[in-house]
Design a protein around this ligand. Structure first.
Ligand code: ZN
Length: 67
């Protein structure tokens, strides 16, 4: 990546912030601000939990049997 961004903030191809629909900013792409980026990170962590729980169902069953 070269540093072409000498001019202030260059909006990406009119990409919208995934959080609030504002135009995304290069610095925080694909978000409009650090705050939105952090919000998404929070969502990510939340989804990570889901993905983590996406393990083979068999495991869940055997766990039940143990009870
Ligand atoms: Zn935003």
């Amino acid at each position: 990546m070269s540093e072409k961004s000498k001019s202030k903030v260059v909006p990406l191809k009119k990409r919208k912030c995934g959080m609030c629909d504002k135009p995304a900013v290069h610095e925080y792409r694909p978000f409009c601000s650090r705050r939105c980026a952090n919000l998404d990170l929070g969502n990510w962590l939340g989804e990570t939990y889901r993905v983590a729980g996406n393990e083979p169902p068999e495991y869940d069953e055997s766990y039940n049997e143990e009870e």
